[in-house]
Design a protein around this ligand. Sequence first.
Ligand code: SF4
Ligand code: SF4
Length: 434
Amino acid sequence: MTSMKALVQLMKELEDQLTVCMRCGMCQAVCPLFAETGREADVARGKLALLEGLMQNMLENPKGVYERLNRCLLCGSCEANCPSGVNVLGIFMKARAILTGYIGLSLAKRAILRGMLAHPQIFDRVTEWASKYQGLFTKPVDELLGTSCARIVSPLIADRHFNPLAPVPFHRVRPSLDTNPGSSGIKVAFFVGCLIDKIFPRTGEAVIEVLQHHGVGIFMPERQACCGIPAISSGDTKTFNQLVHHNLKRFDAHEFDYLVTACATCTATIKKVWPLMVQDYPEEVKAKITKIAENTLDISQFLVLNIGLEKVSFATDDNKIAVSYHDPCHLKKSLGVAVEPRALIQANPCYRFKEMSESDSCCGMGGAFNLHNYEISASIGRRKRDNIVASECSVVATGCPACMIQISDMLSQSGDRIKIRHPIEIYEELIIRP
Ligand code: SF4
Ligand code: SF4
């Protein structure tokens, strides 16, 4: 449990922010969860109303409040469209921290977050071991998408088609890197993120390849930790603080101009959640976090704004690959990044870009939301899949590994023959073209 002093401090911060909501209900129109359930309790306005009497509700029914608050994708659609500028995600994160501080973590979450995620070396060992033996419980199901499904009935996996752990994680191939700036005169730190490291190492390779091609110096410290989003979205401030401190030590040791990631969720977490949740840190640590957050960029944003994309025009045949793009919520709604990933894709003349309908609607993943509410998550995901299929693309690109997992699941289950790529991989193809 969190100390009473820390809880009261968080409660005070929350009270100040809650007064901004004027109950207009405009968040209803954009909430993907409300579109599924039609329940006022699921939309931002309903949750904010619940939080107004948090102290009272917490004493009467803490688990009930916690469950209601957790029925949320943390997609930020409400915040991005709120006319009053309510910091909805900040409020929800703080409220989850208060509730978890009061009722404690479940045993399963304690084991995963505090026993594993908080210790990068243990996390690496466990996932490498799981990668070796995953074939005993799972089997490949779609070669094009690289998905697997459960071999035997499993309540955890259920009907999911998922991207398995990579045979060799990114950090084994590239444990660390420290190169000087080349022609660009710029040096970046590369924050890899758990999903790219353990499931999509190819994306990490593409980042390195492209940065080197553009003469960008790279600092990539070994033993990077998770950005902390699974911990803080479960209200586990202890693990979150541990992870932030671990990463600060790794990255602070070096001078770099920008910190880049190829994961929309990592970028949004470092840029927006780190500064938000560290109010009681010592001033010098807060200053370091502010500096890192200000200089954190999505890889597409970094390349477009600071480097300039490769301009090539070579003859291509008529069989250009039709590609569409899904806007990850953490990139478009949280950070306003939408033009740059499209620019990366469109830079490659072998592709023909086709915008899909509702490209910025949530894919339904929502991290732990998918684990606890798979039916609703999949229903939102199927709408996304239908829009992808309707665009008649043969490749769909997106800049968030979590979205890649959710979209893979939906396409694999329906048997649609559409590949998923990260925009940096499409851009990399241009660079390594023979
Ligand atoms: S969160 Fe924003 S959009 Fe939703 S009811 Fe409050 S003021 Fe209106
Ligand atoms: S974050 Fe997304 S799912 Fe949660 S209340 Fe806001 S719009 Fe709805």
